[in-house]
Design a protein around this ligand. Sequence first.
Ligand code: HEM
Length: 536
Amino acid sequence: MEGRLLSGVARLPWTWLGLIVPAVVIFYQWAYHTDLPKIKGLFEIPNPLPTVGHLLLLGDDHASTCERLWRKYGHSTFQIRLGNTRAVVFNSFEDASRILVANQSSVIDRPKLYTFHGVISSTKGFTIGSSPWDESTKNRRTAAGAILSRPAIRRFSDMFDLETFSLIADTYKDSHQGTQEINIRPYIQRLALNTMLTLCYGIRMGDMDGQLLREILEVGSAISLLRSASENFQDYIPILRYLPNNEKIQRAKELRQRRDKYLEFLLHKTRERVRNGTDRPCVAAAIIKGEDTKLSDVELSSICLSLVSGGFETIPATLVSCIGSLSTKEGQVFQERAYEDIKRHYPSSSEEAWLASMTEEKVPYINALVKEAGRYYTASAMNLPRKTTTPVIWDGATIPAKTMILVNLQAANHDVDHFGPDAGTFNPERWLEPGESPEERPVQGLAHMSFGAGARACTGRAVATRVIYMALVRLLTSYRIIASEDEPPNTDYADYNKIKTALVAIPRDFKVKLVPRDSVELEKCLRASAQRNNQY
Ligand code: HEM
């Protein structure tokens, strides 16, 4: 009896070990499992944690952390683990252009993410920017490219005139002719959103407090948050999707419903106008009338959604922050030089400059400002994610097909090896030749990376540049912009963004004083513009 007991006790650890060892092995495999094995010959950031990988290390501000990791370990390109997803991050300007341009057909795809693709986009289709590469994406991208090309957007010059006129007229009125400080962001948001809504549906919102305007801005920003890795661990750690009362999924479903509602309303309005013959030239009307027969209803919806979501946050992120930099003490010098350059090209009156800005982009200092605003304030710091379709040979390593590709546009745009030691300073004059009269410095290849690059580069670049150029000409001929002492702008290229987890930057609020340069001239411009636009 005693002997049997002793032998039972001796066997017990072996029995337990027989259970524990496989359990540990299974847990280890589960915790460290990735969709693709470690890429040999490519530096990996050390110490991934079980299950979460490097997600916690990346924190809220992925772009700044990756920039630091690049400098800390001395590897501009490295692999990391986002939960169970292996991704390769590219940081330097040279590596970012090499992967996006020299390997453009291998990185033409975009990954599908659980929350955004599986829940939010399940009813109205994906935007172009979030679609994997297939025949439909190709058709939608081609259609959007044709609508947004430089020659095609000329027919919208009246709309650009009206929106930039409204920006100046309303800021002039609401700041009590420049005597009170204002937050300029809502005016720029309305300018961007109206531009996109007019392009897509021939509809604009006049009222700053309009309910629909607020709804589109609120839902759009909330959805942009649901696309970010740091907000959505469930995209990378699948087990989290099965937690009871998953708030992210509830939120995604609620936003999907709200977005579907206003998209249907806008499309319905355009259909009604087409039926009554009162439609204005716009993407939706052209497609409804069968001018582009290749596209289905869902594709039409997707194009409009892509254009609205592509522009309504990126343009404000760039333009509002640029105004912030111009309003500082150092920025006063840039403002005066820009104003002088506008006068050099249009010497007779501000009205001449206002009119010319509808069709021309020939003031070098303004072009330099547009480029520097784009470079310095990188609206989409980590780019829209890409995925490899074929293996990419990278300095001897092979990045396999289906790998997530993250390009750190913010790091590339502030790479001192490319832009020089003052890469971290806002300076429009880096784009100009030295001399008395500003002349643009020729740029070889890409000026900066803010619009991405290669086969999936931004299709809205010409529209964005048009709007920002025109708004700057009109703002700078109208006002001297001075930062508020109590609520000044944050001009740090990473910290200007108040929500770093969002896909597109949201500038922190600040106030400026808009001091009219010459009230008589300004009011003349406003009257002429109001007449052109049948306003007031
Ligand atoms: C300053 C303004 C803008 C910035 C900084 C910006 C930035 C970007 C970036 C970084 C991408 C991803 C590129 C890549 O993967 O390499 C992108 C894609 C895209 N953008 Fe923009 N964008 C801006 C304005 C606009 C506007 C005004 C529109 C529409 C009118 C637009 C429409 C799109 C579309 C449709 C895509 C998806 C392209 C694709 O996946 O094939 N963007 N944008």
